[in-house]
Design a protein around this ligand. Structure first.
Ligand code: NAI
Length: 374
């Protein structure tokens, strides 16, 4: 296991000029025996153990995997800070074809790397890694969540979909001055664990649903179950609609896409939807409302945090229970609206406003942390 950065967790910039603080630690794993190639990125532990899912994806190079892990873990710092779940930000990625299951040996090796980090990073499900893989790793490490011990927690996707739905609904009411989503044209990109569950809620709310996925079977199922209309991969970013809902991978809103996307709002589950900061500025200039992904999609990590704290890995926290999960998720709409409101009043992008608010929380925790704390 290769350590690229030494721990520099106390070196946090102020939120006033708000660049993200540097990563505390990047671990690169290349294990010949199992064939495991992975990266664990710990962005910040200022608010607690760095938590974030493990993604399996066919990256073209190790550098791409490192870059993605760094981007995703930074987003987790923002998400976890705003959601108030007692976690810092981290993420891991495994270089592999997500259609091919990982071997037991690879999962065991990954679990042993988590043990070496001794709780500084907590993993869970993400694209290409489900409950089955978490359960397998849990045989070798306690630093995993999203496995559903004793009926608590489990797959975070339904909670993510719930949070995205109520946040999207509130944002649409705010933006369009409407009472319900009934009749709005909504395009959903990605019909995986979150996207499909979200479609069920959107269809129930009476939207006119347009869907797209690499896997045509999922598209057919959404057509059948929700009366959705299929959109091809080529047309998904040029389909006129009220709301575009990214639920596949990140980076979908490039500058070119931001210039032309024919919608009034972007609000979805995918992490890191904006390819860069300028994409957000272009959306703002065009009057397209962007609801920050890490604000909307926090339902899953709220469930993960509840499970992790309650099932004893981190000790039971007083007062934590299903009500805690419900209360935290029910805060998502109000948080989204207040960020959109500040953005409207200041002329900043909602993404910049949300990041600044999150970094203020991280900075405050860092400054109150004893010097040289782990
Ligand atoms: P998933 O792996 O279950 O589903 C992703 C879906 O997107 C798959 O059906 C895949 O075929 C499709 N897809 C990939 N590239 C595509 C493309 N270019 N065009 C159309 N479809 C494409 O993943 P999951 O769990 O549903 O997550 C979706 C997104 O939400 C990811 O970005 C993930 O990081 C994010 N997220 C997920 C959470 C969870 O609780 N599962 C929590 C927070 C964020």
């Amino acid at each position: 296991m290769q350590n690229l950065n030494v721990d520099n967790g106390n070196a946090v910039n102020t939120a006033a000029n708000h660049p993200a603080p540097p990563h505390e630690q990047i671990r690169v794993i290349e294990d010949r025996a199992s064939g495991l190639k992975a990266v664990i990125a710990i962005h910040s532990t200022a608010l607690g153990p760095a938590a974030g899912g493990c993604r399996r994806w066919k990256y073209a190079s190790m550098q791409q995997a490192i870059d993605d892990a760094k981007r995703l873990s930074t987003g987790m710092t923002y998400k976890n800070a705003l959601a108030g779940v007692g976690f810092g930000g981290g993420k891991s990625v495994i270089m592999a074809d997500s259609n091919v299951k990982p071997t037991a040996l690879q999962l065991q090796k990954f679990a042993s790397c988590l043990n070496q980090l001794d709780g500084r990073y907590i993993t869970a499900e993400d694209v290409g890694m489900g409950v089955e893989q978490m359960l397998s790793m849990a045989q070798h490490t306690k630093f995993v969540s999203g496995i559903g011990i004793g009926g608590i927690g489990g797959d975070p996707s339904p909670k993510t979909a719930q949070g995205v739905f109520i946040g999207l609904e509130a944002a649409a009411q705010y933006q369009f001055g409407i009472d319900s989503l009934q009749g709005l044209r909504v395009v959903v990109q990605g019909l995986g664990n979150v996207g499909f569950a979200l479609c069920e809620r959107l269809a129930g709310a009476g939207v006119s649903l347009f869907v797209c996925d690499l896997d045509i079977r999922r598209v057919r199922l959404a057509e059948h179950k929700f009366g959705a209309q299929a959109v091809s991969l080529e047309r998904v970013l040029s389909t006129e609609a009220d709301i575009f809902v990214p639920c596949a991978l990140g980076g979908v809103i490039t500058e070119a896409v931001a210039e032309t996307l024919p919608v009034a709002m972007v609000a979805g589950a995918a992490n890191n939807q904006l390819a860069n900061e300028n994409s957000g500025k272009i959306l703002l200039q065009r009057g397209v409302q962007y609801v920050p992904d890490f604000v909307l999609n926090a339902g899953g990590v709220i469930s993960i945090a509840h499970e992790y704290h309650v099932t004893g890995n981190a000790g039971v926290e007083a007062g934590l229970g299903e009500k805690w999960v419900r209360d935290r998720i029910s805060e998502i709409p109000q948080r989204a609206i207040s960020i959109l409101e500040v953005a409207r009043n200041t002329g900043c992008t909602p993404d910049a406003v949300a990041r600044r608010q999150a970094l203020e929380i991280v900075c405050a925790a860092t400054q109150s942390r004893p010097l040289h704390a782990a």
